[in-house]
Design a protein around this ligand. Structure first.
Ligand SMILES: Nc1ncnc2c1ncn2[C@@H]1O[C@H](COP(=O)(O)OP(=O)(O)OP(=O)(O)O)[C@@H](O)[C@H]1O
Length: 224
């Protein structure tokens, strides 16, 4: 039996707000198996983004343990976190954060070049990912020349470019209309499944969550 790609135990996070302490995460336990796509549901303010930031090793201030691909990650120094992110993680956000002066292909090539992939290989991978997302006719368009759904699909291709074992997605279709959101999420799930990556996808949307392998719900700082 394989080991989890993510294992969280007793994850806690509090914030100070106006002199008051709020306990957002109060002991979250979660295992995600390789290739498993997990929907993270919860109302606004329940701590979904905070949880993704913990798993993405993007913020400190957490208590509890975070194992990524078997490695204890919670106490790693900044260079160790960067290495784990680069080796294992891909990110998709609600707003695409594409580089405005680079075209679709270049946006997907960039993280591969940073990871040391030879340019020709990186371009071939970018074009293949973009084409499988239905963007074969948009390879040289810049973000401003693309629709919202197209921009989000480029962001999906970028997240998968370095073959992450885990994709972290925070409301990946949250700024799209319903029909576009359904289409982009369908393509996202198909691509993630095809690549064999696992994913943790934060969403408010029960209908979209039902299309994933498993749903977990954040309520009162713990997973129900
Ligand atoms: N840096 C911070 N400083 C203070 N409070 C914070 C900080 N980050 C998050 N919070 C608080 O933590 C709580 C959880 O926020 P979080 O963004 O994780 O929720 P969410 O479930 O992702 O919400 P949404 O669905 O609206 O994006 C909120 O009450 C928020 O105000």
């Amino acid at each position: 039996m394989s080991s989890p790609i993510v294992s969280l135990r007793g994850l806690c996070r509090s914030f100070e707000q106006g002199g008051m302490r709020i306990d957002v995460l109060r002991g979250v336990d979660l295992d995600i198996m390789p290739g498993e796509i997990v929907a993270l549901l919860g109302p606004s303010g329940s701590g979904k983004s905070t949880m993704l930031q913990a798993v993405g090793l993007l913020e400190g201030g957490f208590e509890g343990s975070i194992h990524i691909a078997g490695e204890a990650a919670e106490n790693l120094a900044s260079d160790g976190r960067t290495r784990v992110r680069r080796e294992h993680l891909g990110f998709v956000y609600q707003f695409h954060h594409l580089l405005p002066d680079f075209n679709a292909t270049e946006n997907v090539v960039m993280p591969q070049m940073v990871a040391g992939t030879p340019e020709a290989e990186a371009i071939a991978r970018a074009e293949s990912l973009l084409t499988s997302l239905g963007l074969g006719h948009r390879l040289t368009h810049r973000p401003s020349q693309l629709s919202g759904g197209e921009q989000q699909r480029v962001a999906v291709a970028r997240a998968l470019a370095n073959r992450p074992t885990l994709v972290l997605a925070d409301e990946p279709t949250g700024n799209l209309d319903e029909a576009t959101s359904d289409a982009v999420l369908g393509q996202f799930l198909e691509l993630v499944r095809g690549e064999g990556s696992a994913a943790l996808v934060a969403t408010h949307n029960e209908r979209l969550a039902a299309r994933m392998d498993r749903v977990v719900r954040l309520h009162d700082g713990v997973l129900e």
